[in-house]
Design a protein around this ligand. Structure first.
Ligand code: PRX
Length: 665
């Protein structure tokens, strides 16, 4: 099936590969960049490829180690350990290290609330808050190794909470505050979380959202949780309170000392668990450990964004996603940068909110997602044109393939044709950026993430693990371990092995398995990578990963639904959209109001992101004789294309005809 999918994507990539224009790095940018020319980058990549461990060792030396490591890499495929024997602390490297020099009073965090509220925290202030929060956690019984869930809006306390956890060695499990109670509960139960940190409310599109209510609901089925630390921002009247369980953030921190020495943790101590969708219905707890993750997060932030001390760095991702972990929190703070953080919607109170903040705060680096760029593009150039965006010097893109049209719009209207664009490919599992231009060195082609970074050995291979010819489609794999790679799926090493390495192991390459990314890609004649998107049953909607099976199981749990199949279809705005085919139970009325109700139901079961963009009712789903749902056909119907290919194995051709005629109605 995956091969067929690659073929069907080939037409799309053919269009991209016709993209001739290369945007060379501007001389004025290169002159001041860390890596100043393609020749320099080429050399760096060559050296790093011949000895990745040496390359990562030198990157690791830029961090503070309480105790040096004995062995750079211990690789027992598919399990890796990096900087073995070393002792390190993430929070110490993000904060304490900067306090002895000129960064002590430098702004670490500049925050703006949706309602216009503003806060600035210097490195010293952030350090003190983190120490207080860490002491408060300790007082609540949290020790190294205990899991803490963070279900917080984009407020400084979310960053403080993450750094407080890593300071004492309690792995954090951040759950995006848009997830439903049942999705939150599932993640809390899987990670056996002991304490949850949340807030009474936050602003989104001018309305107040109440995460504490969601936590209350989720905890009805999550008995491992003993305490809930609640940030009361005073924006929710009569917020619920469970005596004996709930603890007020302000009270807890005001009683706590601002001195909390960082735990000297083993390099392989778990730093965080972050759940992401896989090709089954159950989200996977991606486990990252400390030393290796920090090394790669720090290196990529410095070099991919060419980050300097006078930059104001804005990654628009929510801390609930890996991008927020690596490029709102750890990467920039490890580099002593000033981070900009925004609470709310890009469209509130008007569609120029982003541009207004860039102008007012003089933001110099913007890192955002193609979906956001396409949404702005739709609204026209007049919104960014109202603002002086001359403080920007670099733009980034992440989360999904960026179509050349959106790339060019971004380049012209936001970058004013002077800012390089770094299109960065990576995943929750990879921890940090893997394939990306370096802005002072790489000529960029709109739509391509360009070349693997130094120390990253990526390839496009066929089913047998052999490289495909240049220009041909195949599987994107990583051939050598890298420091930020996931270590396992929390509590399920067998699934880790099976999900990411079994195909290579099945080839008998037991000593040297490749990591399978789940993405399809092509390499062009210059060796540039063109990532097509997922080739498994994972959708990418607005840069968010969703599993078709997860949505299907939410659909069939609705009382009116007998059977359901979910596929992705291309969407101009969100990249992909969720398309659902639903068979109703006997006696149900297949009308528009039921469609709406089912869609809302999925939104409540998982998250509003997972709501199907369209639902089609069908008396039967097209299946093969062996009973497998014919997703390829459904994808073609959902995309509005004529159904092609062999349908002779269809059990019920009538089902297909009915679905098609719904299209024509
Ligand atoms: O399909 C790829 C796509 O997003 C997937 C990873 O999703 P997630 O783990 O949620 O992490 C998103 C943020 C890193 C990948 O397997 N993807 C991510 N970045 C790009 C991309 N596809 C094409 N180009 C990119 N730059």
């Amino acid at each position: 099936m995956a091969n067929k999918k690659i073929k069907s994507d080939e037409a799309a990539i053919d269009v991209l590969l016709k993209e001739k224009k290369i945007y060379p790095p501007a001389k004025s940018f290169s002159r001041l960049a860390y890596v100043k020319s393609f020749a320099e980058l080429k050399n760096l990549r060559k050296k790093a490829l011949s000895s990745p461990e040496k390359f990562w060792e030198s990157a690791a030396k830029e961090l503070f180690w309480h105790k040096p490591w004995r062995k750079t890499l211990a690789w027992k495929p598919p399990f890796s350990q990096w900087f073995v024997g070393g002792k390190i602390n993430a929070s110490y490297n993000a904060l304490d290290r900067h306090l002895s020099g000129f960064r002590r009073h430098k702004a670490a965090l500049i925050w703006e609330g949706e309602n216009g509220e503003k806060r600035v925290l210097t490195y010293l202030e952030l350090y003190r808050e983190v120490c207080r929060a860490a002491n408060a956690l300790k007082k609540l019984g949290i020790k190294a190794g205990d899991r803490v869930a963070i279900y917080m809006p984009m407020v400084p306390e979310a960053v403080i909470a993450m750094l407080a956890c890593s300071r004492i060695g309690a792995p954090h499990n951040v759950v995006f505050a848009g997830f439903s109670a049942s999705a939150l509960s599932e993640r809390i139960q899987d990670a056996q979380v002991k304490l949850v940190i949340t807030a009474d409310g936050f602003f989104r599109k001018g309305l107040i959202v109440k995460p504490k209510d969601v936590v209350d609901e989720a905890l009805k089925s999550a008995p491992s949780v003993e305490k809930v630390l609640v940030l009361n921002r005073g924006i929710v009247e009569n917020s619920s309170w469970v005596e004996g369980r709930d603890v007020d953030w302000v009270d807890a921190l005001s009683e706590a000392s601002d001195d909390c020495p960082a735990e000297k943790l083993d390099s392989e101590h778990p730093l965080f668990i972050l759940y992401t969708s896989g090709s089954t219905g159950k989200p996977k707890g991606i486990l990252h450990t400390t030393g290796g993750y920090l090394v790669q997060a720090a290196w990529t932030t410095k070099y991919v964004f060419d980050l300097k001390d006078d930059d104001l760095f804005w990654c628009t991702a929510d801390i609930g996603w890996v991008t927020g972990h690596s490029y709102v929190v750890y990467g920039p703070l490890l580099n002593g940068a000033t981070v900009f953080m925004y609470e709310g919607s890009p469209m509130h109170p008007a569609p120029d909110r982003f541009w207004s903040m860039i102008e007012r705060h003089k933001i110099s680096i913007l890192y955002t997602a193609p979906t956001a760029i396409r949404a702005f593009m739709r609204l026209g150039e007049s919104w960014p044109q109202k603002h002086d965006l001359s403080s920007l010097r670099l733009l980034g893109s992440v989360g999904e393939p960026i179509n050349p049209e959106a790339w060019r719009w971004y380049h012209k209207n936001i970058g004013r044709e002077k800012c390089p664009i770094v299109d960065t490919w990576w995943q929750t599992e990879t921890g940090s950026i893997m394939i990306s231009p370096l802005p002072g060195a790489t000529g960029t082609k709109p739509g391509s993430a360009s070349l693997p970074l130094p120390g990253i050995d990526a390839e496009v291979v066929d089913r047998s693990g052999n490289p495909v010819p240049l220009g041909a489609g195949g599987y994107l794999v990583i051939k050598k371990p890298w420091p930020g790679m996931l270590r396992t799926i929390y509590g399920n090493p067998a699934r880790y092995k099976e999900q990411y390495f079994s195909q290579a192991l099945a080839l008998g390459k037991k000593n040297y398995p490749y990591y399978f990314t789940g993405d399809g890609a092509r390499k062009d004649k210059d060796g540039y990578f063109w990532v097509l998107g997922r080739i498994d049953d994972v959708l990418n909607v607005s840069g968010h990963r969703l599993s078709t099976m997860e949505i299907e199981s939410a659909l069939v749990s609705h009382p009116a639904v007998a059977e359901a199949a979910v596929v992705g279809r291309p969407d101009d705005l969100t990249g992909q959209a969720v398309s659902a085919f639903v068979t109703l139970k006997e006696g149900q009325n297949p009308d528009e109001s039921l469609k709406r109700e089912i869609s809302e139901y999925v939104g409540r079961a998982i998250s509003p992101i997972a709501k199907p963009a369209d639902i089609r009712f069908t008396p039967l789903l097209p299946k093969t004789r062996s009973g497998k749902i014919m997703r390829r056909l459904l994808r073609e119907i959902a995309s509005g294309g004529a159904v092609k290919g062999d349908v002779t194995t269809l059990e019920d051709l009538g089902a297909l005809e009915k679905l098609q005629s719904q299209e024509e109605e």
